[in-house]
Design a protein around this ligand. Structure first.
Ligand SMILES: Nc1ncnc2c1ncn2[C@@H]1O[C@H](COP(=O)(O)OP(=O)(O)O)[C@@H](O)[C@H]1O
Ligand SMILES: [Mg+2]
Length: 239
């Protein structure tokens, strides 16, 4: 029975794509030290589509940046796809980011002089693809986000929502298991916001990615599997 219990635990552990335990982050030191995360517990299963919501300054971007291997934590444990990254140094972060993470920002950060396909190809080439393979793969990724007809369009000729979907296709380059998005609909109207969120949801539901979206956009809440609330550096238990 004890063995069975252990196996069950291992199975449960394995399903967690993101497993955060007692995570703290303090910015600065001494008199100017500020504790942005105060002991966060947060788990996301593989294939889940989770929204992280909370007021401005509550620690959303800080948490997402640690999950995204952009920032190191002050204390606590973080596991991505079963790998403990808690003791990673700044020097380890690029490797971890490449292996596990695709990031979508509030501003799409596309290069204006490049077409949609070139914007995505560029990232694939930076990841070691040959030019022709990068072209083919970027066409496929753009097709996956519903932009198969816009490969040759430049950012200026796309709607805000379409640009954000190019940014999502770019985040998918290299097929990272975890996709993180920080307020991806903040600059969009309702219709474009919904379309972008549906695209992110499809990554989880149709392609098996694990997706966490930071948002306080109540217009898109209904598309989440689960909404996790954070306030003042702490996750609020559902009531
Ligand atoms: N680099 C930094 N240095 C000092 N304080 C920071 C830094 N980044 C964020 N903070 C502070 O940490 C708190 C949480 O910030 P953030 O995670 O960006 O919140 P949110 O994304 O929920 O608005 C805020 O009070 C913010 O001012
Ligand atoms: Mg933020």
């Amino acid at each position: 029975m004890i063995t069975l219990g252990t196996e069950m635990n291992e199975v449960t552990e394995h399903r967690a794509a993101i497993d955060v335990c007692d995570l703290a982050k303090t910015y600065g030191s001494g008199a100017s030290a500020f504790q942005a995360l105060k002991g966060v517990d947060f788990r996301v299963n593989a294939g889940e589509f989770v929204m992280l919501s909370g007021p401005s300054g509550s620690g959303k971007t800080t948490l997402l940046s640690i999950l995204g291997c952009v920032l190191t934590a002050t204390s606590g444990r973080v596991r991505l796809m079963g790998e403990d990254i808690s003791r990673a140094t700044e020097g380890d972060l690029p490797r971890l980011r490449r292996e596990y993470i695709g990031f979508v920002f509030q501003a799409h950060n596309l290069i204006a002089s490049l077409t949609a396909q070139e914007n995505v190809s560029l990232l694939l080439e930076m990841r070691g693809y040959e030019t022709s393979a990068a072209r083919a793969a970027s066409g496929k990724l753009l097709d996956d986000v519903g932009l198969g007809e816009k490969l040759k369009s430049k950012p200026a000729d796309l709607s805000g929502g379409q640009r954000q979907r190019v940014a999502i296709a770019r985040a998918l380059a290299g097929s990272p298991p975890i996709i993180l998005a920080d307020e991806p609909t903040a600059a969009l109207d309702a219709q474009n916001g919904l379309k972008v969120t549906e695209t992110l949801r499809a990554l989880a539901k149709e392609h098996g990615h694990t997706v966490v979206v930071v948002t306080h956009d109540s217009r898109i809440f209904h598309l989440a599997d689960r909404i996790v609330h954070i306030e003042d550096g702490l996750i609020q238990e559902p009531t």
